[in-house]
Design a protein around this ligand. Structure first.
Ligand code: BES
Ligand code: ZN
Length: 457
């Protein structure tokens, strides 16, 4: 669709945010039948089985950025795009990762046999000092006699930052923290700027056994952290481009994205293998569907490390390219059986072309989609470059978010399919080559009214 066509939609009182509310207030009921023949060119081809199978495949292993797991996913995605006939680019970039080096503890000169993990941000060094148990390390629990000692702390109730500050204020020289009740393993812990002491994590059972030991004897602990620091790692964006029909090129570009990386140790079935599968499905279908708009299908790396891949991609766009970019659709966590309803988030909480298109596509496919305010995903760098962008996600979130339980058995084919249909039909409303033809009721979408929703996450 051209800018002119979008202006025509506005004039017709269609789903654009700036349309007069008198027009939007009393919309006709969305029609479920043949009126929206154009939608069917995309929607009818979406396969719930293919959507589900890709999530199953991708979520067999974690895909933390910079690991072999991510690389395997990247190769799979590239292979899929190519098999649909796309020119596909791997865009590498570096990001700073934490390498914990090696950490060890000795208790009264005998080696502690459990696993010791360095806190993210810990300094290197060796301290040898009396060990003192300080509970949760609230200000009331840390004694004045802490000075020159190593603090043994239970995780929980207050942030890492505060625990470290409370013991540092009283002169602690090192920190050993054990996990809170019900928490497994020892993969946790951060130190912050200025908190310059060795700090390590151990599991709960080990921690409690040291607490027991301290009841009957004094302990001199030796705490060593070696080789910890940040290192550069490589992650990738995967980008497949569909050029518009030569004779019908509006000059506009639409991007459709998801992130393929997961958190460490998480299979990330919903976060965000689901979105990747949605992107691949739409790419597969659109490969054979003529359009008047350039479409770029992309999956980002290192989203979980701070939106690193999408910031990198956005930084590679020229001003003239940005001017041509009409909309970015981000699919992140679109398939959880246990999450709430679909919502579209924008970083500033304002409607834009993407939410307008999504709300009206929602009305055609299922029901009107509401919008809200949230960053926290790859729509942010697009928004910051002035490109209309929104995140499609279900809220409230499922309890498995960022956990090892984010697995394929929690994925709903229906949810995956519905969101992919809505995004696909919204994209196609702009990309279909028969526009501008919106005055033709046989193809025009109905106007919709949609609202701000601040439901909890
Ligand atoms: N899929 C989430 C984004 C999300 C989480 C949206 C919760 C809505 C509610 C995403 O992968 C994520 O976890 N993002 C990070 C932010 C990033 C800057 C590291 C987050 O929210 O912690
Ligand atoms: Zn995510």
């Amino acid at each position: 669709m051209s800018k002119k066509a979008i202006t025509m939609m506005l004039a017709a009182g269609l789903a654009l945010s700036s349309a007069p509310s008198a027009v939007l207030a009393d919309p006709p009921a969305p029609s479920q039948n043949a009126d929206h023949a154009f939608d069917n060119k995309v929607i009818k081809k979406i396969s719930p089985e293919r959507l589900y199978d890709r999530v199953a495949l991708l979520s067999q292993t974690p895909r933390e950025a910079g690991t072999q797991g991510e690389y395997n996913a990247v190769q799979y995605i590239k292979g899929e795009f190519e098999s649909y006939g796309y020119d596909t680019e791997l865009q590498p970039f570096t990001f700073q990762a934490w390498d914990g080096g090696t950490a060890s503890i000795a208790i009264n000169s005998s080696n502690f046999s459990g696993d010791v993990r360095t806190f993210n941000g810990s300094v290197n060094g060796t301290v040898e000092a009396p060990l003192e148990y300080v509970g949760l390390a609230t200000p009331e629990e840390v004694p004045d006699s802490m000075n020159g000692k190593i603090a043994l702390i239970e995780r929980g109730s207050i942030p890492f930052y505060d625990k470290l500050e409370n013991v540092l204020d009283k002169g602690a020289v090192g920190v050993i923290m054990f996990n809170g009740e019900g928490q497994q393993g020892n993969g946790f812990g951060y130190t912050y700027e200025g908190q310059d002491i060795p700090a390590v994590a151990i599991d709960r059972e080990s921690g409690l056994s040291i607490v027991e030991k301290l009841k009957s004897e004094d302990i001199i602990a030796n705490l060593t952290v070696k080789g910890a620091g940040t290192i550069d790692k490589t992650s990738y964006n995967v980008i497949a481009t569909k050029k518009p029909h030569k004779n019908k090129d509006t000059g506009q570009i639409i991007t459709i994205g998801a992130h393929h990386d997961s958190v460490a140790g998480g299979p990330g079935a919903n976060d965000d293998a689901s979105g990747v599968s949605g992107v691949l499905e739409l790419a597969e279908i659109m490969a054979k569907t003529p359009s008047d708009t350039e479409l770029r299908f992309m999956t980002f790396g290192a989203e979980e490390k701070g939106l690193v891949g999408s910031y990198h991609y956005a930084s590679t766009l020229s001003e003239s390219e940005v001017d041509r970019m009409a909309a970015h659709f981000q699919m992140d966590m679109i398939g959880s059986r246990d999450a709430g309803d679909l919502i579209m988030f924008t970083p500033d909480g304002n409607k834009n072309l993407v939410t307008d298109l999504g709300a009206s596509a929602g009305a055609r496919v299922a029901e009107v989609v509401e919008y809200g305010q949230l960053g926290r995903s790859d729509h942010v760098p697009f928004f910051e470059r002035g490109i209309p962008a929104a995140l499609f996600i279900h809220a409230p979130l499922e309890p498995w978010y960022h956990s090892p339980e984010d697995t394929i058995d929690k994925i709903s084919k229906e949810k995956l399919t519905e969101v992919t249909e809505i995004v696909g039909s919204a994209v196609y409303q702009v990309a279909r080559p028969d526009t501008p033809a919106l005055e033709n009721a046989a193809v025009a979408p109905g106007p919709v009214h949609y609202e701000f929703d601040d439901r909890p996450l």
